[in-house]
Design a binder for this molecule. Structure first.
Ligand SMILES: Nc1nc2c(ncn2[C@@H]2O[C@H](COP(=O)(O)OP(=O)(O)O)[C@@H](O)[C@H]2O)c(=O)[nH]1
Ligand SMILES: [Mg+2]
Length: 317
């Protein structure tokens, strides 16, 4: 049930009040019991934004690019939300603060809303927490929501599974393109950016990526453009803005958009369902921990333990 405090915050946030939106985000992050009611009010309004995921290795220049990209969208009159998912712990959150200062500095502008999230300590997981914040920004009327996340680890990659368009940022000298393929980034890339194009090796990386994309090209399918940028010098950023917009138009036209939304919804439902099922099982099995102890002592194996737990919870066959 929606509390009257949250109901009022939602009204004000949807009306464009930034402080109300910020308080709601805090509630989404720190008050798991309040999340379902808040989301049920927000979700139906959240479909209008273009959600763009920006991912790549640490130090690739993602924050620098997001900063300039936000300005590029603003210059076309579009409002922008930024969700920066930081891999560092909230206790060593120097990078979070750094990003926020670096970016918010430039945007005293009310057309940009920035939220940094630590990747640890999110109840229910990072992907869900960031997706909720993205949905809220979209519901508040941001035209574009940029989601920055490090492209290492499944959880971080799940963060951008809900993006309409995914930009993979790579740089020369941080390991080759094959590493990126291994990390599963190739398959999610809609636009490749070779950032730090002012550095040695950028041309080589550009050629390797272009060849890779060209090899995988399919008739009637979107083919990821490979773009060069120097984020710190604001070079090539307008092109990134234009190609991401083009990608959205393309997938809308081709019908792929709906398929992506369906896949993203599957990821979201999956995560929520897992969590609900697990807590339902745990609450029905008071001696849950006894099983862990028994498995720890090798009295039986974890599969047998799960069999017992399911039977005891009466959820299993
Ligand atoms: N030479 C050069 N340095 C850059 C460029 N883009 C970002 N940087 C620098 O690379 C470092 C990491 O950038 P940051 O945006 O924090 O990377 P992130 O970890 O991917 O978010 C910073 O010192 C930036 O100033 C670029 O295009 N060229
Ligand atoms: Mg960053």
């Amino acid at each position: 049930l929606l509390s009257s405090v949250h109901a009022e915050l939602i009204e004000r946030a949807l009306g464009g009040e930034v402080r109300a939106a910020a308080r709601l985000m805090t509630a989404l992050e720190s008050d798991p019991a309040a999340v379902p009611a808040i989301m049920s009010r927000i979700y139906p309004q959240a479909g209008k934004a273009h959600v763009i995921g920006i991912t790549g290795p640490p130090g690739a220049g993602k924050s620098s690019l997001v900063d300039k990209l936000a300005a590029a969208f603003r210059s076309r009159g579009q409002t922008v939300g930024i969700v920066a998912v930081d891999p560092s712990s909230p206790f060593t959150g120097g990078a979070i603060l750094g990003d926020r200062i670096r970016m918010q500095d430039r945007f005293s502008d009310a057309g940009v809303f920035i939220r940094s999230m630590a990747s640890r300590g999110q109840p229910g997981g990072l992907a869900k927490a960031s997706q909720n914040v993205v949905a809220l920004m979209a519901a508040c009327g941001k035209d574009v929501v940029l989601v920055e996340t490090v492209g290492v680890g499944q959880e971080e990659i799940d963060v951008i599974r809900v993006a309409d368009t995914t930009v993979v940022v790579m740089v020369p000298g941080l390991g080759d393109a094959v590493q990126t393929m291994k990390a599963g980034l190739l398959e999610v890339a809609d636009v490749f950016v070779v950032n730090k194009a002012d550095r040695d090796g950028a041309d080589r990386l550009f050629k390797d990526l272009s060849l890779m994309v060209h090899t995988g090209m399919q008739e009637g399918k979107w083919s990821a453009p490979v773009l060069k940028t120097v984020a710190t010098e604001n070079q090539g950023v307008g092109e990134v803005r234009d190609r991401t917009a083009e990608h959205l138009a393309f997938v809308r036209e081709s019908g792929e958009y709906q398929e992506r939304r369906r896949q993203a919804a599957t990821v979201e439902i999956d995560a929520i369902l897992r969590e609900r099922l697990l807590s339902a099982v745990i609450s029905r099995v008071p001696a849950f921990d006894r099983y862990a102890q028994a498995v720890g002592r090798r009295q039986y194996d974890p599969y047998t333990a799960v069999e017992h737990i399911l039977q005891e919870s009466r959820l299993g066959g």
